[in-house]
Design a protein around this ligand. Sequence first.
Ligand code: SF4
Length: 584
Amino acid sequence: MLLAIQERCRWIPPAAVERLAASLGLTPVFIRGVASFYSFLSLEPKGKVIIRLCDDIIDRHAGLDAVLAAVTDELGISAGETTADGAVSLEVTPCIGLCDQAPAAMVNDIVLTSLTPETARHAARHLKAGKPLHDLVSPHFAGLTPQQRVHAQVASNIRAPGAVLLGEVPREAGLRRAATMEPRAIIAAIIASGLRGCGGAGFATGRKWEMAAREEASRRVVICNADEGEPGTFKDRVLLTERPHLLFEGMTIAARAIGAAEGILYLRGEYVYLRDHLEAVLAERRAAGLLGHAILGCGGFDFDIRLQLGAGAYVCGEEGALISSCEGLRGEPKTRPPFPVQRGYLGFPTVVNNVETLCHAARILDLGPDWYFAMGTAGSHGTKLFSVSGDCRAPGVYELPYGITVGELLALAGAEDAAAVQVGGPSGVMIGRDSFHRRLGFDDLATGGAIIVFNGSRNILEIVDYYLAFFVHESCGYCTPCRVGNVFLRQAIAKFRHGHASAEDVEELRTLSATIIETSRCGLGTTSPNPVLSTLSHFPLVYAAVTRPAQDGQQASFDIQSAIETARGIARRRSFVYDRDFSQ
Ligand code: SF4
């Protein structure tokens, strides 16, 4: 409801909050609490058009500053402001899943990619003049099919189609086989295939389905997690664009396996431009008897899927937070146990699987678990989609068997100059050249798919600082170690960046990181210090080069930011939290 109001009014006016509260029997404070959680919902008036420039580290390296300068110059406003006539608001936002074609921007429900200062200025001028938004994509936009509209905006950049997902894929073969099988046999096939969750955590998919199926319940739910918010990850975007039938086939097979009649596709708000395309595919499947009652003519095989849009919150990629969001709440993680397979969406057993995982499941049912098990390594079977971006000649999506080395993937992507690679996005690890022989997979370097390449000209501490700023921005704020600890961690990194750190500060970084990891409630907090820890481990010389010995009489760990915090409060000067305040 809040999303519908936001889309219609471009903000959530107080009168709408009051009416919504009254009609739902909730308090206005509750409604505001939900609305204020999500970046794309606003309790302040916004322009008719909202430009959200992607402020990812890759966009910065690809020329974001010049693009932003062109837009602010053309509109006469800074980021965070709205033009006086209320026509256009300008904002910056973390990764929108288009790192392979950065710099990029969302403009209401469309996206613009590979921006230059010239194209960005042209778009700003077009919008300022009140011209039709969709003309920015194509003058024939209205006449295009939903999938053509997606292709007109975003290139899929499939660089290596593999054997499972991005090569030739027959339609519905897995589902037709599953319809003839007992649920227990479907689960047994998935277990035998060795399929593990492709979102990053790698939990055994078949075991997850088995646990949900075992629960006594009147209702079960399948949720597809299409909230790929990890900076540098965009492979699910490509599957949603190119293989939506395979995804819905996989969801339907999961539903048959666990006995669910209800499915939810939770689509990240940044992928709103995919909504019409996915809704059209769902409608096509209902018309073809592949969703709804008696699927494929099988009595009792009832299942349908609704699409739910997120609203700009990275933490909603976490299973419990995603379920909270599906329930219409703030996207806060839930305390475990109980686990979602026991009590998930609205208290019912719920299987949450990543887009890629569900697509793999459909192919396994088609070609059998042995075929799948034979690919990959001892601990990681099948293929994996890698989203490669940054300093390389061929950014895009690569489907390759698990076990490929980082160096082999870099060679395919034309990244001969790579000096550092962020494997798995900010929550993963950053490795240097001496680790490019390592293998991608759960046996060695696990990743949800993000491979971000940095050449030798990039500043490692600047990247670490950016990633910490990202976690500070995205923390849901529920627990203190994550909410406050990451701010402290960022302040500590600032000392290194400004040449004020000593050897004691390295220990301080480690101690603080350990505290955050041990005491945070969800995966965001437990992985947020990884940019610090992995660079300390793989790039110690970067820290050593800017660390100075403590002078006699100086307190090495003295932190001026903390020391002046009280004075700041008295003077009512705000703290420096997110480094790029473009409104200044
Ligand atoms: Fe929220 Fe961070 Fe705690 Fe997770 S670790 S619940 S994101 S505050």
